[in-house]
Design a protein around this ligand. Structure first.
Ligand code: NDP
Ligand code: GDP
Length: 330
């Protein structure tokens, strides 16, 4: 039985990845950091019905000794480093913490693997945010980075450290440059989930409107359940490498609003307000990925369309809020 260690298992991607690996017969371990709100931890694993199937190990990415112990205890064949301070906006108010967790935390994981499990295959959760102020209209593995936030700068550092450990120490370390991916398990602070949660509240008469920032921003939105497959496929290759994972379709926040409100029979223009307080110090205006390499080498392709994902997210939020939505987790 193969063993996997997932940092960030309590997050969106960690939960979907854990479910996928359990389905493939892996023994799945995950890092769990201590929290005073421990009743809320594991909510995503509970949502997917796999909470009791994974082995949780007490560790924090900023505490090298704890992750070394986690690596020793799990004896992993594969390590997925998904843990991060992952919210771009927070990275301007907590830049040092973001650098420590999202940047140095990845180095801690690479060190732990190099010391305690050098034959394990390593996945780093890199991000399309690294392209920031885009240097090409469509971004692929050769497009230069131009990070526009402390989060993106920390991810760029972690990305290059992953490449560095591959080239310096021969680690089987791959970096997946994933474009935005969403799901019913997406954090509520991200714009997609903020919108679908608002749609459900408005539909159920619990709210009247939602306040957003830049409606012109465009993202290449995919579904997390599809994207965790690409992570796994990267670690099944003979040689480690870097891959862009994207749908190749870029959509505005405005259009996402239209789709989500329309799914609930609502007119978005009556319920969406804009407030400059939600604008960012520096914006990533548009992201649009080219995943040709992942299609060619990994034989990976997204299965779930944006429209299907929006419908699933709205239905899930209706269900959470006690409405009539049916639960359909992809
Ligand atoms: P989430 O924010 O949902 O999950 C982040 C995870 O990191 C949580 O499990 C969190 O634990 C954990 N974590 C945070 N700080 C620490 C720490 N100090 N020690 C240990 N664990 C910690 O992120 P996603 O699942 O959406 O994303 C997964 C990864 O992929 C992240 O690295 C993200 O930056 C990256 N990424 C995501 C994209 C997306 O669109 N979703 C796009 C590109 C990259 P806790 O539950 O305790 O807070
Ligand atoms: P990001 O791409 O990782 O920053 O993901 P987000 O979902 O946080 O933001 C995606 C885009 O939506 C960014 O360009 C934001 O500026 C824009 N956006 C517009 N209004 C909002 C809002 O109210 N909340 C968030 N999180 N983003 C918003």
């Amino acid at each position: 039985m193969k063993s996997a260690l997932i940092t960030g298992i309590t997050g969106q991607d960690g939960a979907y990845l854990a479910r996928m690996l359990l389905g493939k017969g892996y023994r799945v371990h995950g890092l769990l950091r201590r929290s005073a709100s421990s009743d809320a931890i594991g909510e995503r694993l509970r949502w997917l019905g796999i909470e009791s199937d994974v082995v949780m190990l007490d560790a924090d990415l900023m505490d090298l000794s704890s992750i070394l112990r986690a690596v020793e205890m799990s004896r992993p064949d594969e390590v997925y480093n998904l843990a991060a301070q992952s919210f771009v906006k927070t990275s301007w108010t907590q830049p040092l913490l973001t650098g420590q967790v999202t940047g140095m935390g990845a180095t801690n994981m690479l060190e732990a693997v190099r010391i305690a499990a050098p034959r394990a295959r390593f996945y780093q959760a890199s991000s399309s945010e690294m392209y920031g102020k885009i240097q090409a209209p469509v971004q692929d593995e050769r497009t230069p980075f131009y990070p526009r936030s402390p989060y993106a700068a920390a991810k760029a550092f972690a990305h290059w450290m992953t490449v560095n450990y591959r080239e310096s120490f021969g680690l089987h370390a791959s970096s997946g440059i994933l474009f935005n991916h969403e799901s019913p398990l997406r954090g509520i602070e991200f714009v997609t989930r903020k919108i679908t949660d608002a749609v459900a509240r408005i539909r159920l008469g619990l709210a009247d409107h939602v306040v957003l920032g830049n409606l012109d921003a465009r993202r290449d939105w995919g579904h997390a359940a599809d994207y965790v497959e690409a992570m796994w496929l990267m670690l099944q290759q003979e040689h480690a490498d870097d891959y862009v994972v994207a749908t190749g379709r870029s959509t505005s926040v405005r259009e996402f609003c239209r789709l989500a409100f329309a799914h609930a029979g609502l007119d978005w223009e009556r319920h969406v307000r804009v407030d400059a307080a939600h604008l960012r110090p520096a914006e990533v205006d548009v992201l649009h990925g080219d995943a040709s390499k992942a299609r060619r080498v990994l034989r990976w392709a997204p299965r779930i369309t944006l429209e299907e994902m929006v419908a699933e997210m709205v239905e899930a939020d209706l269900e959470r809020l006690g409405g009539k939505g049916r639960r359909r987790v992809a």
